[in-house]
Design a binder for this molecule. Structure first.
Ligand code: ADP
Ligand code: ADP
Ligand code: MG
Length: 665
């Protein structure tokens, strides 16, 4: 076994690998970019080396530098994690040439599966069923369109080199093909440096079922059952589970054996995943692609098999045979993984960046596991994937595991940026999800119930917010009184605060567009809060961000986080953000209205469709921005004339930067 390994990755997966290495007595070397100098994976590793600036090209993709560090530190092997260099055959070859073990398949297997197009050709030969489509070399736009017309719409255009749901476009009708092809090729070139695409029939009600396979250097291969990853947004997995509900043992064995055939066809070694698309209308399954690495969702397989897949990777990479034979592998219970992302589900899951002002994770146990690369106070930067953590739960059966998931999600607290936690909570408790009515259209179908409009602020919430504000004001006035007994002290002036003078205090909160007022009257044992018509007897304590309150005899608690002007209350996994304000000053807060169209996030302008003087209709595409490996099209919010375009193709823009100006006629 190795004595020391280098982990050529970051975030949760780097931490995950370090954990197993440590258990096995293997020393670890981390690498980091400037954005990650204080990251959790750097702190967990035995040694750490700087790679360079934050951009992946200048850090985590610097194959030569990473190999140099491996040699310098005496690391015998490199674990690539997922993403970055994990499916880079040149890197795998360079490792071999440098005498460093690449913890993954041989370069030839990566190459064989690296292009979805080439992989499909290969699988066809190994008798693995394929989705009908065109996956050849001819990239002529007219030819591809003719192929699409022939197979019938809808079709799916995919980047052959694609991954992470990027570079994939659904085309509903022939007229849209050319535009979608151009966009897919642009995204593919930008993300993968290769604009080759394939076209296949788009199945309208499929499930995503994938098989975990493992091969060793002695020619053996096994499958560790399946994962159902049908719950996706933008073709990217959000919630995964194992085993796949309703899959018969016979079909399980059939797909498992097809996956092992696929692995053996390319001389596979190590952990890999063969992805299938399962047509619920015909019960047929088709090969989609093989991911030649450890998958993000591998923990659900670990939970149902009781195995450590990173340990298997390390054993196999050091030349040991597979720890178990096929007939020694069993499924026990049911597991879910929920990916906690910094994103705004209400804005089409737009990735969010910013500081995790507050984060509290669910208590880990035999049933609950949290894999993360960040801690409270860390930044989610625009440079990498906006995943905050993976929450994994296990129990004896699906229903109980789902209950575990709901309660663990309710314990999760993240303040500082938008997350999909509420959304995941809605998913976990959705009746159709509980009934395992799964297909990849699930999120779109139930969007309105999964992303309910923000609820109105309840009186209970306002009472809690008022208690939190009063605790702050009392703290300030107490501190102020002790420091300066001087009438000039700001605490005596800011908002007319007079302790024990007029015996009451007015508080104002803004929630979105709505304003709320709470009048607090001082009582011997706390306050009487007047909120509209309601009166609530309230008292409470606020210590270290935990508010313990009693409202009309009802005891409840909440986490309270102040971040800038925002006061966030977190209860049962739900955040309510309120902005306390002073109505006397409110008139001074000028609000920028204007017709400016701004960048929703930092990114690169990849296309500008209009120029000054152009007449546009509401909904006309104006500018395409690429950020976090996704394209965002900025549409005209109203009809008008383009007055000025502030950026050109290729330019970088900051979040909130005005991109162009439109004057309405
Ligand atoms: P999975 O099927 O396990 O979700 P994905 O194909 O979605 O795998 O990608 C795995 C992870 O790797 C994702 O977090 C994705 O953002 C990241 N990733 C995919 N492609 C790249 C790439 N070219 N560079 C860096 N990260 C990538
Ligand atoms: P990636 O490399 O980005 O993971 P995949 O080929 O694995 O790309 O596809 C990602 C997702 O897109 C699948 O999980 C599935 O939801 C959807 N998808 C892929 N191919 C098809 C298809 N032919 N019909 C319908 N959905 C598809
Ligand atoms: Mg895939």
């Amino acid at each position: 076994m190795f004595k020391k390994i280098l982990i050529a990755n970051r975030g949760e997966i780097a931490c995950r690998v370090i954990k197993t290495a440590r258990q096995m007595g293997i020393k670890t070397v981390a690498v980091y970019s400037d954005a990650d100098a204080d990251a959790r994976h750097v702190k967990l590793a035995d040694e750490a080396f700087r790679l360079g600036p934050p951009a992946p090209r200048e850090s985590y993709l610097k194959a030569d530098l990473i190999l140099e560090i491996a040699q310098r530190t005496g690391a015998e092997a490199v674990h690539p994690g997922y993403g970055f260099l994990s499916e880079n055959e040149t890197f795998a070859e360079a490792c071999a040439a440098a005498g460093v073990v690449f913890i993954g398949p041989p370069a030839s297997a990566i190459a064989a599966m690296g292009s979805k197009s080439a992989a499909k050709t290969l699988m066809e030969k190994a008798d693995v069923p394929l989705v009908p489509g065109y996956h050849g070399d001819n990239q002529d736009a007219a030819f591809l369109q003719a192929e699409a017309d022939r197979m019938g719409y809808p079709v799916l255009i995919k980047a052959s080199a694609g991954g992470g749901g990027k570079g994939m476009k659904i085309v509903e009708k022939s007229e849209d093909f050319a535009g979608q092809l151009a966009s897919a090729k642009r995204e593919a070139a930008a993300s993968f440096g290769d604009d080759m695409v394939l076209v296949e029939k788009y199945l309208t009600k499929p499930r995503h079922i994938e098989i975990q396979v493992f091969g060793d250097t002695h020619g053996e291969a096994v499958y560790l059952f399946e994962r159902d990853c049908s719950v996706q947004r933008r073709h990217q997995k959000v919630l995964e589970e194992a085993p796949a509900p309703g899959l018969s043992p016979a079909l399980r064995a059939q797909i498992g054996e097809a996956a092992v055939r696929a692995a053996k066809a390319v001389g596979y070694v190590g952990a890999g995943t063969v992805e299938f698309i399962f047509d619920t209308l015909s019960d047929a399954f088709y090969f989609m692609e093989m991911n030649t690495r450890l998958q993000v969702e591998h923990p659900v397989t670990e939970m149902i098999t009781g195995l450590d897949l990173v340990e298997w990777q390390l054993r196999v990479a050091s030349g040991e045979p597979l720890p178990r034979r096929q007939d020694e592998l069993r499924i026990e219970g049911h597991a879910f993984e929920a990916r906690v992302y910094a994103e705004d589900p209400a804005r089409d899951f737009l990735p969010q960046i910013g500081r995790l002002a507050h984060m509290r994770q669910p208590q880990e146990s035999a049933h609950v596991r949290v894999d993360t690369g960040v801690t409270s106070g860390d930044e989610i930067s625009p440079w990498y994937d906006p995943m905050i953590a993976k929450l994994i739960v296990w129990d004896e059966n699906r229903d109980r595991a789902l209950d575990r998931l709901s309660s663990a999600l309710a314990e999760y607290e993240v303040v500082g940026l938008d997350t999909n936690l509420d959304f995941l909570g809605q998913l976990a408790s959705h009746p159709a999800f509980r009934a395992a009515e799964l297909d990849t259209g699930f999120i779109v179908r139930y969007r309105d119930t999964l992303i309910p409009p923000p609820a109105a602020v309840s009186n209970e919430t306002l009472a809690l917010a008022a208690l939190a504000e009063l605790a702050l004001l009392e703290g300030k006035s107490e501190a102020a009184r002790q420091r300066v007994k001087d009438a000039d002290s700001p605490w005596w002036q800011v908002d007319g605060w007079r302790l024990n003078q007029d015996n009451r205090h007015a508080l104002h909160f803004r929630h979105g567009e709505t304003e709320h007022a709470v009048m607090a009257h001082y009582r011997d044992t706390g306050y009487l809060l007047e909120i509209g018509e309601a009166q609530i007897a309230a008292h409470g304590t606020l210590t270290e961000g935990q508010l313990h309150a009693t409202l009309d005899g009802y005891r409840l608690s909440a986490s309270v986080v102040r971040d800038g002007n925002t006061l966030t209350l977190v209860r049962n996994g739900h955040n309510i953000a309120l902005t306390p304000f002073n109505p006397l000053l409110a008139g001074l807060e000028a609000v920028e209205a204007g017709g400016g169209l701004t960048a929703p996030m930092p990114g690169t302008v990849v296309a500008v469709h209009v120029k000054a003087g152009d007449q546009v209709e509401k909904g006309t595409p104006l500018v395409i921005l690429e950020a976090m490996k996704m394209e965002h099209t900025i549409l005209a919010p109203q009809a008008g004339r383009v007055a000025e375009v502030f950026f050109q193709k290729g330019e970088q823009v900051k979040e909130g930067a005005a991109l162009l100006e439109i004057t309405s006629d």
